[in-house]
Write a new protein. Sequence first.
Length: 575
Amino acid sequence: MVNRAFGWIQDPGKIENLRKVVEIFDLSSKTHTILKTKTIPKIIKKKDGRAELIAQMNKIPLALKYKDLVGKSFRPRSLARCNGIIQAAVKGQKRPFIADWPADNFLRWTCALGFVKWNKKDDTFEITEHGLKLSRAKIGSEEEYSVYEKAFLSYPPVSRIINLLVMAANNDTVLTKFEIGKQLGFLGEEGFTSISQFLFVKEMCSVPKTEVSKIRSNWEGDSDKYARMICGWLMQLKYKWVETAEKKVTVNLGGKELSYILQAYTLTKKGFEIRKRITGISKYGKISKIVSFEMLATKGRDRDYLRSRRACLLELILKSQSSLEEIITKLAEQGFDENESTIRDDLRGLENIGLNIVFSRGKYFCNDDIVGLEIPKLLIKETQKSDVLALVEQCRSEITKIPHDYLVLIPMSFDKTQSNLFEIKTLELLTEQCNFDGLHLGGSNKPDGIIYNKDYGVIIDTKSYESGFSIPVGERDKMKRYIEDNINRNPKHNKTEWWLNFPKKLKEFLFLFVSGRFSGNYKEQLKIMSEQTDDTLGGALSSYALLRIADKISGNRITQEDFRNKISCLDEIVA
């Protein structure tokens, strides 16, 4: 069976294009006919499978294969050719077609809203009765809006966001994508990351104007993207459920107050009315929610294990009310041996994706009607947790003061594709949970970040390595240059002048490497670095130890002075 990451959507935005993609599967639709007779013959070349795609679209009943719908990518992208049905159906910004990635997201979107059904055995897709209603409703009509209304209410994250906006309105405030994203999905793992808006504002107020647009477009976690995208959908409906607002966010950096205006979201009058349908107190009653197996985890080597565990958990609390102890026992019988902290976070995660998880009289249950959840029979090896996830679960039960969102630092520290977010989240943890001042820097000729208090500053370099970071000579020399730049402070040697972000009166500085694990002769490299930089002290800190130390600082079990002493070891730092 094919394994796909369905359930969450990041890229497509226009509802009118969503409808076009649904209409591909309706043999009687105008979109289907034009695609088959005009668009595909015109923009898809013979060598890219034009005849085969047309033949597939002529089949009755119509069930289209994933590869035919989405197509494949080209390198370089500038020379890409159209080779998929969905690619051809939607116009791009600069070309008459879109690429394979947005095509994949449009397909995910149709499935998530129940317009198209995925046949997992043969990886084909076909229209549902609800999809036919959309395809055959008059554009802009009440009937079309009614179809959209039911579809969006069946998608759990929509319910989650509406409920969050209601709570915000009750507190006379609005929410940014960062504030929504922090409460959306299974936080603390890859695939559901969120960036602190306070660190974002610090960055926006500190970088040169030439870098502002880069920060604005690149500083976004996965859950932040989901929040922005879903709010965007709900603003496009005939009767808008959500509208934008402005929110002034003020931060303190080095004793200075900095403010920045962020885009935020709030509910319209219609949005408040819609909430009645979510709770089931309206005359229409509640709508069943579509929960696919795939939406229970999206990234990482443990994706199948996490999906299986959470799907089994959800089935348990759908069938009967269960205490935490009963849940742990029943999951253990199915091969999932987990601690209380892990199961509590899973339950919180199910609530964060938009399910109505109720805790009453010591028992949990899901007060929703669920459709679409199919748990595949996976091989034993496919549902065994990795060493990295085992470390996450161990740490989950040990940290009690900092939010479990930060557990994501452990898998990130072993995944080089997450290196930028690893930098950002590390600085966020140290500044927002350990009360250091500091800033993410990154980029050419600058360390990844700095932190400081009134007594000392730390130059930080984060490294995501799957097999362990040995501090090779090249990386040692980079840190050596950062230390020397800070000592000499000569703009002729480094025009970025990143050291100006440290307070002028600060005299003591240390260096710090943060990674998943350390290997090889890293101790020797630390000593050489110190000897070559006027005996500057520093150390190597694993992501696991970082979380434990941050938890102790946050809980006042150790001080920032203790942290300085730990860093000064020229060795791997012990938590």
